[in-house]
Design a protein around this ligand. Structure first.
Ligand code: CP
Length: 327
């Protein structure tokens, strides 16, 4: 069969946890204590038709740290799609050049279209407002790691998702992945017009979780174990839709001190918007241990290494491939 990562729908709780065991084996490489060359000679094509720092660079770095090399193309302007080339032709051509592709594209379903045209592994690095499965995987890995440190279980936990739940693809993937666990309470806190799409609520509801929708941050955060803030995806909709989004939706120190216990974990897929008028996540938590955002970004490397190891079938070689760092 074809090896692809297009949607979190392809996972079971068991297969996610298998992937995370491989990610754990990658940690000594991610922490620069060991090196591995299991992907020596392999070439990754990183095709990004939308802005990215984390996904593009961490997928590239993960491939390189396993001994592979990366070819990058960024933006429509620097690909022949600017000359009208189709997704089908682009994918067929790239298949002759590289051994795996990571693709980010502004249209939902576009990465699946790339995957249909090739037999090499394809990874969805974000398809418009669709999904961002590798982000959700690293987020879940982070939650499980943090809970393990705190002696908590994910089953039965209270997860608050905040902000632009309509266009934020990371929360679409994350809520479906979390739904593989048992008895979760989700509070979905969004301004009017930016609520979680109905089809995702239906799917999550099927698994017997409690879902509470709220337009009040203060009400929704009470007792949360995890707060997952998101950036408003202004690039995806007209400014009028933003009317209900006010500074009241900002996650900051005052509100978490008021609503949550000392063990709450504050997450965000990043980037957070630091411009005037944006208020997704305050910088006043920067030195607060409850803020897990940079532990999330660090976890992007071992999780993405694990994804490549599985897609390229070398996961069984990793353990014995580790050598000491010589630099
Ligand atoms: N979280 C995330 O996808 O970040 P980038 O857009 O920088 O890749």
């Amino acid at each position: 069969g074809k090896h692809q990562l297009l949607s979190v729908d392809q996972f079971t709780r068991e297969s996610v946890e298998d992937l995370f065991r491989i990610a754990d084996q990658m940690q000594p490489i991610a922490r620069r204590q060991k090196v591995s060359r299991v992907l020596e000679g392999a070439v990754l094509g990183n095709l990004f038709f939308e802005a990215s720092t984390r996904t593009r660079v961490s997928f590239g770095a993960a491939f390189c740290r396993l001994g592979g090399s990366v070819c990058d193309t960024t933006g429509f302007t620097f690909s022949s799609m600017a000359k009208g080339e189709s997704i089908y032709d682009t994918s067929r051509v790239m298949s002759g050049y590289v051994d795996a592709m990571v693709i980010r594209h502004p249209e939902k379903g576009s990465v699946a279209e790339f995957a249909q045209a090739t037999n090499i592994p394809v990874v969805n690095g974000g398809d418009g407002p669709g999904e961002h499965p590798s982000q959700a995987l690293l987020d879940l890995y982070t939650i499980l790691t943090e809970f393990s440190r705190l002696g908590k279980l994910l089953d039965g936990a209270h997860i608050a998702l905040v902000g632009d739940l309509k266009y934020g693809r990371t929360v679409h993937s994350l809520i479906k992945l979390l739904a593989l666990y048992r008895g979760l309470k989700f509070t979905l806190i969004a301004p009017h017009g930016l609520e979680m799409p109905e089809y995702i609520l239906e799917e999550t509801g099927k698994h017997g979780h409690t879902i509470i929708q709220s337009s009040s941050l203060e009400e929704g955060l009470v007792g949360a174990d995890v707060i997952y803030a998101t950036r408003v995806q202004k690039e995806r909709f007209a400014a009028e839709e933003l009317e209900g989004y006010t500074p009241d939706f900002q996650v900051n120190k005052a509100i978490i001190d008021k609503c949550c216990g000392p063990d709450v974990i504050v997450m965000h897929p990043l980037p957070r918007d630091s411009r005037e008028g944006a208020h997704d996540l305050s910088v006043d938590l920067n030195h607060d241990t409850r803020l897990a955002i940079f532990r999330q970004t660090d976890n992007g490397i071992p999780v993405r290494m694990a994804i490549f190891a599985v897609l390229l079938g070398v996961e069984g070689l990793v353990q014995h491939s580790l050598r000491d760092v010589t630099w």
